[in-house]
Write a protein that binds this ligand. Structure first.
Ligand SMILES: [Cu+2]
Length: 99
């Protein structure tokens, strides 16, 4: 009985830890992108972002000129995402702000 209780406690601790770390590392950044004119533009930025390891979601809007990216903070940084967008040929509308 005692052994069963400690096993349960261990599973609980592990579950809580996994859930906490999953929450802790997901970050959302809105990056302003210049020069997107149509769906093809936003699609190529989306594709490039989603190909990056750690990116969970990329929502690119060419009309607003924004890329809203959800990513694993432990795997990729906003700086890296900005480089990826630049590598697709688009410019960033502003320099990185402190956050
Ligand atoms: Cu276009």
């Amino acid at each position: 009985m005692k052994k069963l209780v400690s096993t349960c406690a261990m599973i609980l601790v592990l579950t809580a830890f996994t859930a906490m770390s999953a929450l802790a590392v997901t970050k959302t950044s809105t990056i302003h992108v210049k020069g997107m004119h149509c769906k093809n533009c936003s699609a190529s930025v989306t594709k490039a972002l989603k190909a990056v390891d750690g990116v969970q979601k990329a929502d690119v809007d060419f009309e607003k000129g924004t890329a809203i990216v959800e990513y694993d903070d432990a795997k990729v940084t906003e700086e890296k995402l900005r480089e990826v967008i630049k590598s697709t040929g688009f410019e960033l509308a502003e320099e990185k702000t402190n956050n």
